[in-house]
Design a protein around this ligand. Sequence first.
Ligand SMILES: NC(=O)c1ccc[n+]([C@@H]2O[C@H](COP(=O)([O-])OP(=O)(O)OC[C@H]3O[C@@H](n4cnc5c(N)ncnc54)[C@H](O)[C@@H]3O)[C@@H](O)[C@H]2O)c1
Ligand SMILES: O=C(O)C(=O)C[C@@H](O)[C@H](O)[C@H](O)COP(=O)(O)O
Ligand SMILES: [Zn+2]
Length: 370
Amino acid sequence: MTAGTTRVDVALGARGYPILIGPGLRARVGTLIREALPKARRAFVVTDTRVAALYQNDLTTGLERADVAWTLHAVPAGEASKSFAHLEALLEAMLGFGIERGTPVIALGGGVVGDLAGFAAAVALRGVPLVQIPTTLLSQVDSSVGGKTAINSRHGKNLIGAFHQPQLVLADTETLNTLPRRELLAGYAETAKYGLIGDAPFWDWLEAHGAALLDGDPALRAEAIAISCRAKAAVVAADEREAGQRALLNLGHTFGHALEAETGYGPDLLHGEGVSIGMVMAFDLSHRLGLCAGPDVERVRRHFEAVGLPVRPDPSRAWNIDRLLAHMAKDKKVEDGRVTFVVADGIGHAHVKRDVPMETVRNTLAAVVG
Ligand SMILES: NC(=O)c1ccc[n+]([C@@H]2O[C@H](COP(=O)([O-])OP(=O)(O)OC[C@H]3O[C@@H](n4cnc5c(N)ncnc54)[C@H](O)[C@@H]3O)[C@@H](O)[C@H]2O)c1
Ligand SMILES: O=C(O)C(=O)C[C@@H](O)[C@H](O)[C@H](O)COP(=O)(O)O
Ligand SMILES: [Zn+2]
């Protein structure tokens, strides 16, 4: 392996794969894809218009050098592309290109491209290979790993999807240099999630180094991405289809997804921003349930505020608690009509709780949007 590249393996037996993390990987992309998929002579690249302008040439030049013919399909940047309409257009383009069972789909971009292209790869011809080339912090620490793919429905976030693992993940850390700070912060929320779930020393480390990481320190970024990928790979290897502990990766998401649904999946609230607010709410809920000490709730809120993440929903908007609760009732973790929450006994000690009184959830919501 080239110096400066870290490898993390997702141990899923025959469906296992490596995650390579480091600078300059996009220059080696053709060779790396040919190594992972030796039979691939053609590839279908999916990206968004912003990422295409920045990184399309690097990728396609690499593919050509490795003798892989390609075509490229770009969707508009932003969450709205995770829709039926964009999925349909993408699938028709893939079929029009003449993809075969062995033709890889390459997702070049953030979590939106990864989730959409991943779902298309899961259903086209009942499944074609997938390569993830994540270009946002969020996608490098989270969405490119683990095989969750999805689009949104008018009924809620990620409600239509499939588990479809990639065969290779290439996280070129240099691509983060062009990422706007707001997007970096959104990814930072999902990074911090691993500390809050089960790694208190990582949370301490982020409190110490988070600001420098966000300001651009490449070594700190690479370290945080590797720690996050190791944490996610371990959870996914133990519980690929979320029968149990994988639900911990949903910390803050029941609240966050409800906020995203209320804002119509537009640019007002990014997924990572919803997760930041949602994790503060999950800690507040845990405190109300007598599980988590008040100082830990404050510590989470203070660190997110200090780096510039939102910790409460936009106060200039009229939020309706009943509507937020109705969104939560559509969450994929609902069992027998009861919403499942990820709560915490403290920083680094999250667990799943199925008997949370909705009145307490209402109190958590009322404290910030009432
Ligand atoms: N599948 C999973 O396990 C999983 C995990 C977490 C989040 N998600 C999903 O991921 C999505 C959010 O992903 P995201 O935060 O990456 O958002 P995104 O894909 O919308 O990317 C954010 C923005 O940054 C731009 N961009 C991407 N890379 C860039 C770069 N290197 N330089 C400059 N601009 C760049 C994009 O064009 C876009 O405008 C949500 O839909 C969320 O539900 C999925
Ligand atoms: O990989 C997982 O498992 C996660 O929960 C990661 C989350 O960050 C991600 O946002 C996921 O898509 C949310 O879960 P979902 O099942 O509601 O889609
Ligand atoms: Zn998420």
